[in-house]
Unconditional design. Structure first.
Length: 373
């Protein structure tokens, strides 16, 4: 469950302060408490980076979304967990997201860091399919888990109750622990849809969208229900919401149970194709948007087009839209240092200075100096 219990170290507060200066946020109290007790925490499925290495930029890479603050990696694989910090999210609880290194998307896993610790216990036990050794679940490793739970504030019951038997029970358990888990809300909505209960499915999808309004998938899932009902104006509203999200904040259709006939592709791509197919149901102001032509008539995955769209939006005074497009373009040439990525970093810096977002500007400067690839 964890490594190197060390208690209080003389330089601990100094290191915490250094990380807070680097990330320009106040760290969640539960994260500080975790590191106060464990120098190199391991709470499957997350192996946390050391506090000192985080303060030195561990987990960051060239071309990454600056709002993603990685704090650990998926055990045995290349993905990473981290906080997602924007001007909207930093005003409240900081959500935790997972970076899929193979598919190159970010998806929410917990509404805050406390919920993430509970998520790790629930998912870790499920994936390991652990067997409790006595009726209280407090022998051997189970006793160690309970000790850790008490140190970092995880309820004992999450470590002692029976392991979920299937994905439905898993996501129900996660949602009980974290009512704003957009990931589990989407999964449970898909279950309702597969059971021919579209109204309940929509309720789950809309709750997921409210819990993580920066995540593209809930809007797509709701739109697909409206498409099936032939309410194409509502479906178009959902697809339009998808393409206004960042490319890395939309996953793939195979992440969800949408039936065998559903196309397997990027959710962003399918939403863009559907907008073109059902263009007659879109409002005039939507079709007049410069974003519309990029996603429906051109190639939404062309970094040059995204960069040009960012320039156009910035000239119109839409700094937030320009930021979105520069980040989209950067995500499309994420492993390549070169003239375009350097221009994109310059453009992002200009946006963040213009919007007085010093934290993002500092992280862009840091990431820009990292080696590509």
């Amino acid at each position: 469950m964890s490594k190197e219990l060390h208690g209080y170290a003389p330089d601990f507060d100094t290191t915490v302060a250094a990380l807070e200066r680097f990330w320009r946020i106040r760290l969640p109290e539960s994260l500080v408490r975790l590191y106060r007790n464990f120098e190199h925490p391991l709470l499957a499925p997350c192996e946390f980076y050391s506090l000192r290495s985080l303060a030195s930029g561990a987990g960051r890479f060239y071309g990454m979304t600056p709002q993603f603050l990685p704090f650990g990696q998926l055990v045995g694989e290349g993905g990473a967990y981290g906080l997602y910090v924007t001007p909207q999210t930093e005003a409240g609880a900081l959500p935790v997201v997972y970076w899929d290194e193979d598919e190159m998307f970010l998806r929410p896993v917990a509404s805050d860091f406390d919920a993430f610790l509970r998520f790790c216990v629930i998912l870790g036990r499920y994936e390991a399919d652990e067997l409790e050794t006595d009726e209280c679940g407090c022998a051997g490793e189970a006793r160690d888990r309970v000790d850790l739970a008490r140190l970092v504030g995880i309820p004992d019951c999450l470590l002692t109750r029976p392991v979920p038997r299937n994905e439905l029970e898993l996501h129900t358990r996660i949602l009980d622990s974290d009512p704003r888990s957009a990931w589990s809300l989407c999964h449970l909505g898909c279950v309702r849809r597969s059971r021919s209960d579209p109204d309940r499915a929509l309720d789950f999808f809309y709750r997921a969208g409210e819990a993580a309004d920066w995540f593209g998938d809930p809007s797509y899932l709701a739109a697909d229900v409206w498409r099936e009902r032939e309410k194409f104006d509502r479906a178009v509203s959902g697809w339009w919401a998808v393409v206004q999200r960042l490319l890395p904040l939309c996953t793939r259709t195979w992440e969800w149970d949408l039936g065998e006939e559903h196309p397997e592709a990027d959710i962003y791509e399918v939403a863009a194709d559907c907008l073109a197919q059902y263009a007659e149901y879109a409002a005039r102001e939507v079709r007049d948007s410069p974003l519309w032509s990029v996603v429906t008539q051109e190639d939404p995955y062309a970094p040059g087009l995204r960069e040009s769209l960012g320039d156009e939006l910035l000239a119109r005074g839409d700094a937030a839209g320009a930021e979105r497009e520069y980040l989209n373009a950067l995500s499309l040439c994420i492993w390549e240092a070169g003239e375009q990525s350097e221009r994109l970093y310059d453009a992002l810096l200009s946006c963040y200075v213009r919007m007085d977002r010093q934290r993002d500007a500092d992280l862009v400067r840091h990431d820009r100096a990292l080696p590509a690839g």
